[in-house]
Design a protein around this ligand. Structure first.
Ligand code: SF4
Length: 318
């Protein structure tokens, strides 16, 4: 594994400097559940991307330091326009979000809209440009409720994740046309790897993220978002779990459940973009207050409409 646990004297000094600068800048440090353990440990808030931005919007922080990937920092900018948003490593991107452009989405909409009324549902793991072309966003936790909220006379087009779309089709019975995007980290998990993990840990429940392919979800005891997995593992009577998502989540799962054991479905489920930010990058970002991510107003307002329409649906989960 390319990243460290961060338990060194040097990192203790860096952590102290980060804390002092966070205070001085009136900044809040957010870390996605897939971030390196040492980054999660120093963050003010850890969680799913949208959940983090919503919680940050409810604080009086002037600055958000987002330890995640670019679309997450954009979402923070969309929901917190009065706060300065910093992504410590500017090229921390998301291959799945980059699989569709706004131009491609517009072309797809035009093609589909001949004689039909199309509604675009976009997973929050998309760029701000895509959200601005979207009718309603969804998360991996509320996708079923969002799809069910759409009038049955409408043709649904979902982007960018084909696996999330197929999961929604299976659980709603709706006719959904979808973009063929995918998260390489989840899409590469194989049935053979899951079977191997299950035979190594026969008592364990298998929790899978809906970004995994349908044949993987068919093997799952539960399909959950990252925050959903943390909540489920905490309340379950089971003591062992096989986890089908990016391995960064093993850190918060183990931390929150000291008496339980968590095993990766595949130890190779590592998102290299999610590991680009370390303590040193956070410190430099706080010293320079760069690189900033700011979504232009016209895009922001349209994108926020798609997020707000999702939040208006009573789903209970994000
Ligand atoms: S884990 Fe997948 S969806 Fe998440 S940032 Fe990495 S590539 Fe994108």
């Amino acid at each position: 594994m390319a990243y460290t646990t961060g338990i060194t004297d040097e990192s203790k000094d860096i952590k102290d400097e980060i804390k002092a600068l966070l205070h001085k800048r009136k900044a809040i440090l957010l870390a996605h559940n897939y971030q390196r353990p040492e980054v999660q440990d120093i963050a003010d808030l850890c969680g799913d991307s949208l959940e983090l931005s919503i919680k940050a919007s409810q604080t009086d922080a002037a600055v958000i330091v987002f330890c995640g990937v670019h679309f997450m920092a954009e979402t923070a900018s969309i929901l917190c326009p009065d706060k300065k948003v910093i992504l410590p490593v500017s090229n921390a991107g998301c291959p799945m979000a980059d699989m569709i452009t706004a131009k491609e989405l517009r072309r797809k909409k035009e093609g589909l809209s001949k004689g039909k009324r199309v509604i675009v549902i976009s997973y929050v793991n998309t760029t701000a440009d895509i959200k601005a072309e979207t009718d309603i966003c969804c998360t991996s936790a509320n996708v079923i409720q969002v799809v069910n909220s759409v009038d049955t006379s409408r043709q649904i087009f979902m982007t960018p994740d084909k696996n999330l779309a197929q999961y929604a089709i299976k659980h709603t019975g709706r006719n959904i046309v979808y973009w063929e995007g995918f998260c390489p980290v989840h899409n590469n998990l194989t049935v053979g790897q899951v079977r191997e993990a299950k035979s190594a840990h026969p008592e364990a429940l298998f929790l899978a993220h809906p970004e995994c392919p349908p044949e993987i979800l068919d093997l799952a005891d539960e399909v959950k978002s990252t925050s959903g997995m943390i909540a489920y593992a905490g309340s379950s009577e089971s003591r062992e779990f096989i986890i089908g998502t990016e391995i960064g989540i093993l850190h918060p799962l183990s931390k929150a459940n000291p008496g339980k054991s968590f095993f990766p479905a595949d130890p190779g489920m590592i998102c290299s973009d999610m590991k680009k930010i370390g303590l040193r990058e956070i410190l430099t970002a706080l010293q320079t207050m760069q690189p900033e991510v700011k979504v232009p107003r016209e895009i922001r307002e349209k994108a926020k409409g798609a997020v707000d329409r999702m939040l208006a649906i009573p789903s209970g989960d994000l």
